[in-house]
Design a binder for this molecule. Sequence first.
Ligand code: PGA
Length: 241
Amino acid sequence: MNIHIYDDDRQIGLAAGCCICSQVIQKPNSVLGFATGSTPLKPYGVMIDLFKKGAVDFSKVITFNLDEYVNLDVADKNSYHTFMRENLFNHINIPPENINFLDGNADDLEAECKKYEDKIKAAGGIDIQLLGIGSNGHIAFNEPADIFPRASHVVKLKESTVNDNSRFFNSIDEVPTKAVTMGIGSIMQAKKIIIIALGEKKAKAIKQLISGEVTPECPASMLQFHPDVTLMLDRGAASLL
Ligand code: PGA
């Protein structure tokens, strides 16, 4: 595991954004795995900036997002579709047909998850997966549980996650309680993983991810077994190391 500790999220944004752009410069048809939340905002800003300056071309890139809420209109301001459009896709040149999301409004969510896994395989697997981490150690919406879920699946969100995400909604009652998410197995198959954590709130989960027991009670701990993980932490997230 490569562990980098930075002074602030601006430096992390530069580091992560440059890693992703460098991947695309070296392999223009890269398959990128994207995350939502506050954590990836700065890296996305750097990718947009480098694109606007002509340093990188995303026209051959294929993307897969980690997760999406169930039963939330994709046009809703809180859907992950909207988040990605507003914070990345509207500002760079990835062809819309190359952008993939799990469909949280599919009639048959199980079939949708299976289809998503097949699509990732058909694209040749994910070259770089960008990840945030929940304060409870979740990655994507893989919540603390008794097992590590292998493939994409439907999940009932933990109260702590609903609470964490309620800051984006008018009230906690509006926060969806179910989601569709890539599994830990899907994430582990990515060739490279960049995981970013900001703030003391993430410090316990980061400590466990790096040096704790590998247990589905901290889903991120499985990353100890991945051969190519880069952690980018601010001082708060690294405060227990
Ligand atoms: P955050 O969420 O980036 O908004 O902190 C990360 C996560 O829950 O995976």
